[in-house]
Design a protein around this ligand. Structure first.
Ligand SMILES: [Zn+2]
Length: 137
């Protein structure tokens, strides 16, 4: 795992919890926040934004990622992610978010998220095996 201390992960988790306060989730009521630690030292947060079509809903992780690239450019690299929600439920990143994060994240970055058995930390490569091997050139 990259060298993020437990206290840094807890800070990221708290920022993710705060971001979830801004959730737009009138259909599910599931309020999720994500915080990305960038290798530059910056932290970028996002929240889920639902849509009446459901299919156009964007998760907190992808919202944060789009915000990070928009703010800091395409060279960003993510060294840690925290995900939190205000519903007391498990919220590991969904498959779509894992695939999108794979473009920008270090394989050994810790992912800190509520699981069914409590808050869990896993490396990104454990969450998406072979994710960094998908290349077009
Ligand atoms: Zn997702």
């Amino acid at each position: 795992m990259t060298n993020l201390a437990q206290t840094e992960l807890e800070k990221l988790f708290e920022l993710a919890r705060q971001a979830a306060q801004h959730s737009y989730s009138p259909y599910s009521g599931f309020r999720v926040g994500a915080a990305l630690q960038l290798t530059s030292g910056e932290i970028v947060t996002g929240t889920n934004v639902e849509n009446v079509s459901f299919g156009l809903t964007i998760c907190a992780e992808r919202a944060a990622l789009v915000r990070a690239v928009s703010q800091f450019g395409p060279e960003i690299r993510i060294s840690g992610v925290a995900i939190a929600n205000r519903n007391g439920l498990a919220s590991p990143p969904c498959g779509a978010c894992r695939q999108v994060l794979a473009e920008f994240i270090l394989p050994d970055a810790p992912i800190f998220f509520p699981a069914a058995d409590g808050v869990r930390t896993m490396t990104f490569s454990d969450l998406l095996p072979l994710g960094s091997e998908m290349k077009l050139k």
